[in-house]
Design a protein around this ligand. Structure first.
Ligand SMILES: [Fe+2]
Ligand SMILES: [Fe+2]
Length: 539
C-alpha cells in the first residue's frame, strides 16, 4: 500500500534545498506509477475502489498543498486517460473538473478551457459543488485573458452559491480545494477583476460604484467567516478597494491593521506577507511612488516563494508589470535614454532579470549577462567584418534584447522552470510560450524593437524553430539564439547534460551554419576570444 508518501512531510516544495528538490523530483514518477497501479487493482474489486478513490483525491490534495501542481495534474490526467470508460459519471466529472482547475491555476488557459468544456457538457445545468468548482476555473481563465466582465460575474455567482451553503458542505470531500480555500480564491479573483473592470474607461460612474460595493461586500463576507487569516486577507482587499475608490486614509488604516497582524506573527515571508506587500505595492503606485512600489513588489515576489500557491506566484508578476507600465506611461521623457534608464543601477529591466535569476535554479545566475556580452561581441565583430549589416544591427538594442531575452519565463510556474526529467507535451508547449510572454512584457513597456528581436530568439534559419517556424529572422535574433545556446551548453549549472568545453561547443554550434545560423554570424562568432565573454563591457 502506498500510504504515507514522502509529500506529507513537506510543507512547500519551493523551500526545499536544491539537492532535496532533485531527490524529490526523482521519486515523484515512481510514486505516481505506484498510485495508478493500485488504482487499477482496486478497480477489479468494486467495494475497495470507492475507498481508493478517496485516497486518490487525498494524494492530489497532498501534491497541491506542497505546490507541486504538475504532479497532481499528471496523476489525474493519467487516471482520466487510462480508466476513463471504467469510471462512473460522477467520478469522471470530478476528475475532469479538477484537471481543468489545475490547468487554470498553472496559467495554462487553453488546456483548462478544453477540460472545462468537457466537464460542463456532462454536468448539465445542475448546480452542484462540482459546478461551483467549475465556475472558479472559469473565472480564473477569464482573469488570465483579461476578460474582467466575465471574471467578475462568474466569481460573483459562485460566491453567492457558497454563501448559501453552510458548514459541513460537501466541499470538504473529494475536491482538490476545501470550501474555505475555494472561497478565498474566489474572493481574490472577484476583487482583482472588479478593480480592473472599474478602472477601465468603458464603465460609467454609477456602475463603477456598484462594482466597488460588490467587491467590498464579498470581502466583508469572507471576514465574517471569522478565521484570522480571512480577516487579514479582508484588510488587504479593503486597502486596495478603498484606494481605488479614492479613500486613501481608509485604505492606509486597513493596511496598518494588517501590518500589526503580520508583525505579531512575524509572517513576513508567507502568503500573508505576499498579500500585504502586493497590496502596498499597488497603493504606492497609485501615489506615483514607484521606487517604493518596486521594492514592495520585490518583497511580494520573495514572499510568493514561500507559498505553494502557483496562482499567486504568477499573479505577482502581473502586479509588478502593471506598476512598471504605469511608471513607463507616467514618465515618457525618462525613456529617451534607454540604456541609462533601463539598465543602470536598480532599473526596471534589471529588476526583471534579477527576479528571473532568483526563480530559475538551473540556468545560472549569469546567464542573461553572459548572453548579452557574447551577443554584443559577435555584433561588434560583424560590423567590422561586414559593414553592410550596419543598418540592420544596432549594438545597444542587441545588448538589451539579449539581456532580457528570457524575461517571459517569469510567467511560467516555478515548478515548471525547475522541473527535472522529461517534460510532457503540454509542459513543453507551455515552456515554448515564454517567448510570447517575453514579447508581451516588453511591448507592454513600449520596447517594441527589443520585443520584435526577442520574439525570434528560438527561431532557426531553416524554419525548424519556434514559436512561428519562420525563416525570416533578424540578424540580432540570430546572434542571440547562438549566444543563448553557447551559454547554456557551457554553463556549469545545466540540468541534464554534461558541461562542455568552450572549443567543443564552438565547433558543435558552427556545424549548424546555414541550418540554424547565418554564415556571417558564425564567421564573427569564430573570431571571438571566448574566454573574455564575462569581461566584455556593457555598451
Ligand atoms: Fe529562451
Ligand atoms: Fe536563455
Amino acid at each position: 500500500m502506498v500510504k504515507k508518501i514522502v509529500l506529507s512531510r513537506l510543507s512547500n516544495i519551493k523551500t526545499l534545498s536544491k539537492k532535496n528538490f532533485e531527490l524529490y523530483s526523482e521519486r515523484v514518477p515512481v510514486i505516481l506509477e505506484s498510485i495508478v497501479n493500485h488504482f487499477e487493482q482496486s478497480m477489479a474489486k468494486r467495494e475497495e475502489f470507492e475507498s481508493y478513490l478517496e485516497q486518490l483525491f487525498q494524494y492530489t490534495r497532498n501534491f497541491i498543498e506542497t505546490g507541486d501542481l504538475l504532479a497532481a495534474l499528471k496523476l489525474l490526467t493519467q487516471v482520466h486517460e487510462t480508466f476513463e470508460s471504467k469510471l462512473n459519471k460522477k467520478t469522471r466529472l470530478l476528475i475532469t473538473a479538477a484537471i481543468a482547475y489545475l490547468f487554470a491555476a498553472l496559467g495554462m488557459d487553453e488546456e483548462a478551457d478544453h477540460f472545462l468544456a468537457e466537464s460542463l457538457k456532462s454536468s448539465g445545468a445542475e448546480i452542484t459543488p462540482c459546478y461551483v468548482f467549475n465556475m472558479t476555473t472559469q473565472s480564473m481563465i477569464a482573469l488570465q485573458r483579461r476578460n474582467f466582465n466575465v471574471a467578475v460575474s462568474t466569481s460573483r455567482r459562485a460566491l453567492n452559491y457558497l454563501e448559501k451553503t453552510k458548514s459541513g458542505s460537501p466541499f470538504s470531500m473529494r475536491l482538490p480545494l476545501s470550501g474555505p480555500e475555494l472561497r478565498q480564491r474566489l474572493t481574490h479573483i472577484h476583487t482583482i477583476a472588479s478593480l480592473e473592470l472599474a478602472t477601465t474607461e468603458q464603465v460609467g460612474s454609477g456602475k463603477r460604484k456598484t462594482i466597488f460595493e460588490n467587491a467590498l461586500s464579498s470581502s466583508r463576507n469572507l471576514n465574517a467567516a471569522g478565521k484570522k487569516r480571512h480577516r487579514f486577507f479582508y484588510l488587504c482587499q479593503q486597502a486596495l478597494i478603498c484606494a481605488s475608490m479614492g479613500y486613501p486614509s481608509k485604505s492606509e488604516d486597513a493596511l496598518e491593521k494588517a501590518f500589526h497582524m503580520l508583525n505579531a506573527n512575524q509572517d513576513f515571508l508567507t502568503a500573508h506577507g505576499y498579500y500585504y506587500y502586493a497590496a502596498r505595492a499597488v497603493l504606492h503606485s497609485y501615489h506615483s511612488d514607484f521606487s517604493s512600489a518596486y521594492s514592495d513588489a520585490k518583497l511580494a515576489f520573495r514572499a510568493s516563494f514561500n507559498t505553494p500557491d502557483v496562482f499567486m506566484e504568477l499573479y505577482v508578476m502581473d502586479v509588478f508589470l502593471d506598476i512598471a507600465q504605469t511608471f513607463s506611461m507616467s514618465f515618457p521623457e525618462n525613456r529617451k535614454n534607454v540604456s541609462e534608464f533601463y539598465m543602470k543601477g536598480n532599473s526596471l529591466l534589471k529588476q526583471f532579470v534579477e527576479f528571473l535569476e532568483e526563480k530559475d535554479w538551473y540556468t545560472g545566475k549569469k546567464h542573461s549577462h553572459r548572453v548579452a556580452s557574447l551577443s554584443y561581441m559577435i555584433g561588434k565583430k560583424m560590423l567590422t567584418l561586414f559593414p553592410y549589416v550596419q543598418n540592420q544591427l544596432d549594438l545597444q538594442t542587441l545588448y538589451l534584447a539579449a539581456y532580457v531575452h528570457d524575461v517571459g519565463k517569469l510567467k511560467l510556474p516555478w515548478i515548471l522552470i525547475n522541473k527535472i526529467g522529461k517534460l510532457s507535451d503540454y509542459e513543453l508547449s507551455y515552456v515554448f510560450r515564454h517567448v510570447t510572454f517575453s514579447r508581451d512584457i516588453l511591448e507592454k513597456l513600449n520596447f517594441r524593437d527589443i520585443a520584435r528581436i526577442v520574439f525570434q530568439h528560438h527561431e532557426n534559419m531553416d524554419g525548424s524553430g519556434y514559436p512561428g517556424g519562420t525563416r525570416d529572422i533578424s540578424i540580432a535574433a540570430n546572434i542571440i539564439s547562438l549566444a543563448d545556446s553557447f551559454e547554456a551548453m557551457t554553463s556549469p549549472h545545466r540540468k541534464y547534460k554534461e558541461q562542455k568545453t568552450l572549443v567543443e561547443t564552438r565547433d558543435e554550434l558552427s556545424a549548424m551554419e546555414g541550418q540554424f545560423y547565418l554564415p556571417e554570424v558564425i564567421k564573427a562568432f569564430r573570431m571571438i576570444d571566448l574566454d573574455k565573454v564575462d569581461l566584455s563591457p556593457e555598451p
